[in-house]
Design a protein. Structure first.
Length: 398
């Protein structure tokens, strides 16, 4: 039966994962403790060594005991261990693992199952937002577990990320983070038959309706106790951090759609120009009209650094996503210093591609925009001098 398997909750940070986990933890059968970041930490380990029967359980135990987290409460610089979060000892981990077959699942169970048993529950839920990046190994390790994703309007997510000490430094960075997490996980949720997606806005608008549907999916009976997170909110917020305190309070429908009165038109234009296709896909509204499609030339890292320049493109009605597969570019967009590469061959190839793009675009009647910072114009060298000669008349300052 589906209700015998643990449940995993994921979602971009500040999307409502804490609220959802507290709701499930209020169920009489389910427990959910603090975030484990288990699969994130596992990614840096030699898994074969951890679960090698010859070294079991010592190496696995040492790995579990090494997991710790930054302390963002402002009280000290001391890191918080997973043992402290889950109130287990090293000896208890050792004793648990000695009774288990060597496996990745046994390692995670060594902290979440004792916690579940102390709660008097029979099914555990694990919630770590960044596990969006590790969905494949979660599915391999727990092939029958429901994996739940909660979505929230990216504009509200971005604004919220600006308010936490570990979040984004700029709105542009926050949107880029959301876009990356969506790109890394969307295919999984499109194809995996035992995954489920719900929207934060729907959950707080009608929590009973959404929780009933979710309970049906995971094989549980809905319980009205799930609507009260005043107690379980404290459990999932073990560090008592202020940005999770709202989960202990009654559900407030006004938490959704804050971007409509907090976000400037410029930043909303930027967002819709960058990820408008994803907004539409997830049922979120677009306020702007973008008649033109602009295509980036050459891949760029840290595009958020050029957010102001991209905003100027968006203000001209240019988006960077296609309305249909057949749409051709109205404009070609070049960002930053494309010659900022290590190898000579790569730099030559980059400038050749740009020169070819310029000539092709002129021939086709496409517009060209070069979004760059003033500081980049101080770069020296023959290649960059040639680049400036070709692109300077198309430059838009960041």
């Amino acid at each position: 039966m589906n209700n015998r398997h643990p449940v995993f909750i994921t979602g971009v940070q500040r999307s409502g994962t804490t609220l959802l986990s507290a709701m499930l933890a209020a169920h009489s059968r389910m427990s959910c403790g603090p975030e484990t970041h288990f699969f994130q930490r596992l990614a840096g380990e030699n898994i074969d060594q951890l679960i090698d029967p010859k070294g079991w359980p010592e190496k696995g135990k040492n790995f579990i005991c090494s997991i710790s987290y930054s302390n963002f409460t402002g009280q000290s610089n001391r890191r918080i261990s997973i043992l402290e979060k889950y109130q287990v000892t090293e000896q208890q981990i050792d004793e648990f693992l000695r009774q288990q077959e060597p496996s990745i699942s046994s390692l995670l169970k060594s902290v979440v199952e004792p916690y579940m048993q102390r709660q008097g529950k029979s099914r555990w839920v694990e919630k770590t937002p960044d596990h969006l990046l590790y969905l494949k190994i979660i599915r391999t390790t727990f092939p029958n577990s429901p994996i739940i994703r909660i979505l929230r309007d990216p504009r509200d997510v971005a604004l919220s990320l600006l308010k936490v000490p570990w979040g984004a430094k700029t709105f542009f960075e926050a949107i880029e983070y959301w876009k990356l997490m969506d790109e890394k996980s969307r295919e999984f949720f499109e194809k995996d038959e035992n995954s489920y997606t719900l929207r934060y806005e729907d959950l707080i608008d009608n929590p009973e309706r959404e929780l009933r549907k979710l309970c049906t999916f995971i094989g549980e009976d809905f319980e009205y106790a799930m609507l009260d997170t005043s107690s379980t909110g404290k459990q999932v917020n073990s560090q008592n951090v202020p940005w999770k305190k709202k989960v202990e309070q009654p559900i407030d429908k006004n938490r959704a759609g804050g971007w409509k009165h907090e976000l400037s038109r410029e930043l909303n234009q930027y967002t819709e120009a960058m990820i408008g296709d994803r907004l539409l896909c997830y049922g979120y509204p677009l306020l702007e009209n973008f008649p033109h499609y602009g295509m980036f030339i050459l891949s760029q890292q840290a595009l958020h650094k050029y957010g102001n320049g991209v905003s100027k493109i968006a203000a001209q009605g240019i988006r960077v996503w296609k309305k249909n597969p057949q749409e051709t570019p109205y404009a070609k967009l070049i960002v930053g210093n494309p010659l900022n590469k290590k190898g000579l061959f790569d730099r030559i190839r980059a400038i050749s591609a740009i020169i070819l793009t310029v000539f092709q675009s002129l021939w086709k009647g496409e517009k060209i925009f070069w979004i760059s910072e003033s500081e980049e114009l101080k770069t020296r060298g023959f290649g960059f001098s040639l680049l400036k000669l070709v692109l300077n008349s198309y430059r838009i300052g960041n």
